[in-house]
Ligand binder design. Structure first.
Ligand SMILES: Nc1ncnc2c1ncn2[C@@H]1O[C@H](COP(=O)(O)OP(=O)(O)OP(=O)(O)O)[C@@H](O)[C@H]1O
Ligand SMILES: [Mg+2]
Length: 319
């Protein structure tokens, strides 16, 4: 549904500064019905990528194909299949009410007003904006404006929906609603969604795949699950009943991967950092010799946040 090849975008430098290569030769493909998260630190090039994908700015080099249509050579055709919400929700009119905004933009997309009326009700309800249907957009809270802008983009009915920071500034409830909605869109309507976010929870919760950008380049492109697996630091916490015997302490002290906690609440916690599973057998051997009682063994989980930071650190090492 979306194919991006060797995309480049340079901005002229501000006030005599050297030009900025905001997007530096990225390539990726997204198939129909996929929800992909574009993640990266400030200035990574996410918004620029979205702007180029929705035809708002022209790339300096590279190709974008949306549903088989080239965004540069057949821009108007390609645009039929894309709608986008950019940061700062500028795709709504301040002086129009919520309902008017939805009606207006649906009409712009050439949709029959009578046919979309029920859909408008549906989106107003979904985003809990029914009470604000006749309120001017400028009088809505920032979060409500964001939701209205998102509804406008969805109502257009395009195959590809690009959302730049869709949950920025939303309260927890609204953020959860948008996430549910996005998952539904993808699963039921088979729409293709690319969203950018700083919120790892949003990405981890909604996206099956994540593309991580840094300094205009892609530093990782994989399923969320694979990324979690890849960076799972194998750290185990072994809880042993009572204190360790001096013999056990001595035997474990020589293993650099093992850290012995102080005895507390009638138990001792061993932290084992695994580089190979051999260590774990040695630890069990030492404990088993004196029939120590093992209360629990837990593997420490890495959060997606840590993984993200680690990928960025690796990326800059290799640059
Ligand atoms: N209109 C512009 N003129 C000049 N430079 C720009 C312009 N827009 C963006 N840039 C520069 O391009 C780079 C990428 O910016 P972009 O907005 O795409 O990043 P981003 O990943 O969306 O960041 P954020 O997380 O802060 O939204 C930055 O260095 C930014 O300063
Ligand atoms: Mg941005």
């Amino acid at each position: 549904m979306v194919r991006v090849e060797c995309l480049e975008k340079m901005y002229p430098g501000r006030r005599g500064a050297p030009p900025v290569k905001a997007v530096d030769g990225i390539s990726f493909q997204v198939s129909r019905g996929q929800l992909v998260g574009l993640l990266g630190p400030n200035g990574a090039g996410k918004t620029t990528t979205v702007k180029v994908l929705c035809g708002l700015i022209r790339p300096d080099a590279g190709q974008i194909v949306i549903n088989g249509k080239d965004m540069v050579r057949r821009r108007l055709d390609a645009l039929e299949d894309v709608s986008a919400v950019l940061e700062g929700n500028r795709n709504i009119y301040w002086r129009l009410t919520c309902r008017e905004n939805l009606e207006f933009f649906a009409a712009l997309k050439g949709r029959d007003p009578r046919a979309v009326r029920r859909e408008i009700d549906y989106y107003l309800e979904l985003f809990r904006l029914q009470d604000k249907a006749h309120t001017e957009a400028r009088k809505l809270s920032r979060g409500m404006q964001q939701k209205l802008a998102t509804a406008v983009a969805l109502l257009a009915g395009s195959q590809v929906v690009l959302l730049d920071e869709p949950t920025l500034g939303l309260d927890v409830q609204s953020s959860l609603e948008i996430r549910q909605l996005l998952k539904g869109l993808v699963h039921e309507q088979r729409r293709t969604v690319i969203l950018t976010s700083h919120d790892m929870h949003v990405v981890q919760d909604t996206c099956e795949r994540v593309i991580i950008m840094n300094q205009g380049r892609i530093v990782a492109d994989d399923s969320v699950r694979n990324l979690l697996d890849l960076f799972r630091v194998k750290v185990y916490h072994i809880v042993v009943e009572g204190p360790l015997s001096p013999k056990q302490r001595d035997a474990l002290a020589v293993l650099p991967q093992v850290q012995i906690g102080e005895e507390a609440l009638k138990q001792t916690v061993l932290t084992v950092r695994l580089d190979d599973s051999q260590v774990l057998y040695e630890v069990f051997g030492v404990l088993g010799e004196e029939q120590a009682v093992i209360r629990s063994i837990d593997q420490e989980q890495n959060s997606f946040e840590q993984i993200f930071l680690e990928i960025l650190a690796r990326g800059s090492d290799s640059a």
